[in-house]
Design a protein around this ligand. Structure first.
Ligand SMILES: [Zn+2]
Length: 613
């Protein structure tokens, strides 16, 4: 996809055209065809002795919704890093706390807390009432922002950067001075599902596509990387301490600063890759190899999903985990080469999902983490030249999901990211089951329709906050199949997939097979019969409710549909020789939780019988 006109320009052109297309779009879209827009201009002055900063910000919200808004909300994420906050109590009360958080918030001294305190706030030049409520600022507007109108919020705030606990903070364990993520008063999103004012508990975000103009004043000598494009030269910014970044059409803005960063960059056709890390003899070799892999990964993902639309992408040693932001990621840098490449590929892959499609991650975390994990597995197989047959690049996600399902502790994929009963159930659902959801479509609609569907999904829903039904509809159009059942079962239930071979009889010239479905989730079945001479016959059995079937492979026979109401399915097939084996789902495309009942092997006799008891 390189060499074509920048996708970003195309997206922008679409944005301008969208106003004129609004009427026709709304006639077929299930959502009102609007996206809110915001424009941030802010200046930050950092006091690196106290780890405090003062911010001045003007943000204009354009209300493109059909509704008048009489309130507005801002996230104040840093207020989570105080003893007794919802994040602190949640971390201390959940049965399997994240060891990176544990009870560390409760142990912060007051100088180490994080906080944001808004001092002055006017809307369109007039004072308004506002209320700090934990990690939210609740603003009562003097007059509603009517549909199609703008309002400008002008505010000043004081803030303290928390001692690093999770993602953001000063001086984390790798010695990065400032990881500045979720760090400024950020407008909450109002979309087709209404307001999204989630308190900050620890994970998953949602935001308005916005333009940012951010000026950061630091003491001289710091090196800053982040979202956006630096205005002016880096050497001048280092010597003056004045850093000016702009970014367009992004849902967030993150940055990090350290005097010891080594900054390298790699120029691709349309995109500049930036890398910031601290010198460390144990890990420098991995960082030196990273740019070539990152460039290959971006080319692969451009081809797999669609063109990356921003002018730059930045990989920063942030010192804690790996976390995706628009045009940037903060990762731990003290990693082996494979681990550093793996985390970079995963976070970079988020650009297509978290940054550009930008579904509501709190409500539909699997659409972000799961789809990102899916393309990451494919990309890592590509980078390291590993075979990609059946579900092989995704095998560890299949195992992880199946183990969790069998443990009895699985929670439905549709659970709000913050509200799982265990961190493990969240992790397995969002990452592993989310990856399986996409990989497993191979068994339902076939690889080529699924792969084309993913590209169509990106093209049709970029910059529109799609939900699961939008993705489902794209996949239905790509396959010509009805997929309601697949998404309902896999997202909303914890029903498991388990198909079995229950009985086989081979007479002189006829093979009779009866299959069962001990699992509560129905799936189409692939069946492979291997004969004594090594030849094979493949069968495909779709479900009645799919209203069709995936494209057949050569030498594959299409059998009658299986009705989900029928616990068993039988068919006969003429044979002229002994059977060696019969196997359901030989390429392991489905997340069948019990493979012991999937296959039957015979001795090479002419007359054979098998009956499962
Ligand atoms: Zn992720």
């Amino acid at each position: 996809m390189f060499g074509t006109p920048s996708a970003f320009l195309k997206m922008q052109a679409f944005g301008f055209a969208a106003a004129f297309l609004l009427v026709s779009l709304t006639t077929w879209s299930q959502y009102p065809g609007y996206q809110q827009a915001a424009d941030y201009t802010m200046t930050i002055v950092m006091d690196t002795t106290l780890h405090q900063y003062r911010g001045e910000m003007e943000v204009t919200l354009k209300n493109n919704s059909p509704d008048a808004l009489d309130r507005a909300f801002f996230h104040l994420f840093f207020n989570a890093f105080q003893p007794g906050s919802m994040m602190d109590i949640r971390s201390q009360s959940i049965v399997d706390p994240d060891s990176r958080v544990g009870n560390r918030i409760g142990e912060l001294s007051k100088e180490e807390w994080g906080w944001i305190q808004v001092e002055n706030l006017t809307v369109n030049g007039k004072s308004v009432q506002f209320n700090h409520d934990g990690t939210l600022l609740d603003v009562a507007l003097n007059e509603p922002i009517r549909s199609g109108k703008k309002a400008t919020f002008t505010m000043e705030w004081n803030a303290q950067v928390p001692r690093q606990i999770r993602r953001s903070g000063w001086m984390n364990k790798e010695g990065i001075e400032y990881s500045m993520t979720q760090w400024y008063p950020k407008l909450c999103e109002y979309d087709h599902d209404g307001w999204h004012t989630e308190p900050y508990i620890g994970r998953e975000f949602h935001g308005i596509w916005s333009d940012y103009d951010v000026t950061i004043d630091l003491p001289a000598g710091y090196i800053v990387g982040g979202t956006g494009v630096l205005k002016g030269s880096e050497s001048e910014a280092i010597s003056t301490g004045n850093w000016h970044f702009t970014a367009e059409n992004v849902i967030d803005f993150a940055w990090a600063a350290d005097p010891d960063y080594i900054h390298t960059s790699e120029q691709l056709d349309d995109v500049t890759l930036h890398f910031y890390h601290q010198e460390n003899p144990a890990f420098d070799a991995a960082w030196e190899k990273l740019p070539a892999y990152a460039a290959k990964a971006m080319a692969f993902l451009n081809e797999l999903v669609g063109p990356y639309p921003y002018p730059q992408y930045t990989v920063i040693q942030g010192g804690d985990g790996g976390m995706e932001y628009p045009m940037a990621t903060l990762v731990t840098g003290q990693r082996s080469e494979r681990s550093l490449i793996g985390v970079t590929v995963h976070e970079m892959a988020h650009s297509w999902f978290q940054a550009v499609l930008a579904n509501n991650e709190s409500l539909y975390e699997f659409m972000d983490e799961g789809m990102t994990s899916y393309v990451t597995s494919l990309c890592m197989s590509h980078l390291f030249a590993e075979a990609m047959t059946g579900n092989s690049p995704h095998r560890s996600s299949y195992s992880s999901y199946i183990n969790q399902a069998l443990s009895g502790k699985e929670e439905a994929l549709i659970t709000h990211a913050d509200h799982y009963q265990t961190n493990r159930a969240y992790g397995v659902a969002a990452y592993s089951k989310g990856e399986v959801l996409l990989a497993q479509l191979s068994a339902v609609m076939g690889d080529s329709a699924r792969d084309q569907g993913l590209k169509n999904y990106f093209t049709e829903w970029a910059f529109k906050h799609p939900g699961p039904h939008d993705f489902k509809r794209v996949m239905e159009k790509a396959s010509g199949l009805d997929l309601d059942w697949y998404f309902q079962y896999f997202m909303h239930s914890t029903h498991q997939i388990d198909a079995s071979i229950d009985a086989v009889a081979v007479g002189n010239d006829t093979l009779s097979i009866t299959m069962g479905r001990p699992g509560a989730m129905p799936m189409p079945v692939d069946l492979l019969v291997t004969f004594g001479d090594g030849s094979t016959q493949a069968f495909h059995i779709p479900l009645v409710m799919m209203r069709g079937n995936r494209p057949l492979e050569s030498n594959e026979v299409l059998l009658d549909d299986w009705a989900w109401t029928h616990p068993t399915y039988s068919f006969e097939w003429p044979v002229t020789q002994a059977i060696e084996s019969i196997e359901i789902d030989p390429l392991r495309k489905t997340a069948d939780v019990n493979r012991k009942n999937n296959s039957v092997r015979f001795n090479a006799q002419k007359t054979q019988q098998f009956l499962r008891h």
